[in-house]
Design a binder for this molecule. Structure first.
Ligand code: HMG
Ligand code: MG
Length: 302
């Protein structure tokens, strides 16, 4: 991997769909994942093994894993909050799993039904089982730039939870601006503190675009040496426990930025823009990806 190679972890099928109120058909989910792989995405979060009554949209994740056409070289991952979820993920054939902690107590309680300390005990059980099974574990830290319940979140708390996730064996930790309130100066400030003890190649940024700051936040993260970014095709998504929060940065907008700034990503932008438009139409939404729309308009004008 060179310093200009970027890893994108595609969130559309998980973060993108988990909050949709109307049912999304299994066929749509499977088609989305297969199309994303066809666009060149190599890391695709395909679903969650969580309580179906808490996140109904993810209840058919086992069937999603069964239905997709696995493309060689693509890592299909899933969220696993505890051992029960991990065992289901193993049965479904997930290549990688993700545990998801919070830097704020309020969000931890709403999202995971327990405090941070208890969640970390459960996650350590998952990482131990995953190590035995030879399955890599990614960690998330939510609310790195603010919490919908507690307000401001300290850098110390973000760094503490991140370090604990690495200590238990996570291969990478993704820093989640769950409600999109981060701004470039603040994100830079946080990264400067966090990267004192953790190398940048182990960190990913997971920027929700609720306040339109995601691309700016990603740009400062690139400047700080981060090379892994989460993104959601067509900007779809949000979190059921972060009211009003919209989707991750649109993958199309991220890819456009990377193209123009000379980074390598391996993704076909026009095809991805078509996928972003298609999934938004399927969800009866408008795409929020400006780059995706511009690409399609340019194509139509030719
Ligand atoms: P709990 O209720 O505390 O768990 O749930 P429990 O151990 O007390 O068990 C209660 C019941 O749930 C039992 O069933 C368990 O079997 C069942 P019963 O015996 O009563 O019939 N159960 C499960 N069922 C299916 N799958 C499981 C599972 N675990 C227990 N894995 C739990 C704790 C975390 C599971 C629950 O609160 C939950 O599912 N929460 C939803 C979490 C979620 O998916 N949130 C959205 C994703 S996170 C996110 O979007 C943020 C992120 O994008 C980063 C960012 O943006 O910041 C990652
Ligand atoms: Mg998220």
């Amino acid at each position: 991997m060179t310093n200009t190679d970027i890893k994108i972890v595609e969130m559309g099928a998980r973060d993108g769909l988990q909050s949709e109120r109307l049912p999304v058909s299994l066929k749509t989910k499977i088609t989305l994942i297969d199309q994303l792989a066809g666009c060149g995405l190599t890391h695709i979060e395909a679903g969650s093994f969580v309580r179906p009554d808490r996140v109904p949209q993810m209840a058919d994740t086992p069937a999603v894993f069964e239905g997709i056409t696995r493309k060689a070289g693509v890592i299909y991952s899933a969220l696993t909050p505890n051992l029960k979820g991990f065992e289901q993920a193993v049965s479904a054939g997930a290549d990688e799993v993700a545990i998801f902690a919070s830097a704020s107590e309020g969000f931890s309680r709403k999202n995971l039904n327990c405090d941070i300390a208890t969640s970390l005990i459960r996650f350590a059980e998952v990482t131990r089982a995953a190590q035995q099974a030879g399955i890599p574990v990614r960690g998330y830290v939510s609310c790195i730039a603010g919490c919908p319940y507690d307000g401001d979140v300290s850098h110390a708390s973000v760094i503490d939870v991140t370090e604990k996730l690495f200590d238990m064996g996570c291969v990478e930790v993704s820093l989640g601006d769950t409600i999109g309130t981060g701004t470039p100066g603040r994100i830079r400030h946080l990264l400067k503190a966090l990267l004192q003890s953790i190398p940048p190649h182990k960190i990913a940024m997971h920027m929700h675009d609720t306040y339109g700051q995601a691309i700016a936040n990603i740009y400062v993260s690139l400047e700080e040496g981060i090379r892994t970014f989460d993104a959601s095709v067509g900007g779809i998504g949000g979190c059921p426990y972060a009211k009003g929060a919209t989707g991750n940065v649109a993958t199309e907008d991220l890819v456009y930025l990377l193209d123009r700034e000379g980074f390598n990503h391996g993704i076909a932008l026009l095809k991805l823009s078509e996928t972003g438009l298609w999934i938004n139409k399927a969800l009866r939404r408008q795409t929020t990806s400006r780059a995706g729309l511009a690409m399609l308009n340019r194509q139509n004008a030719q």
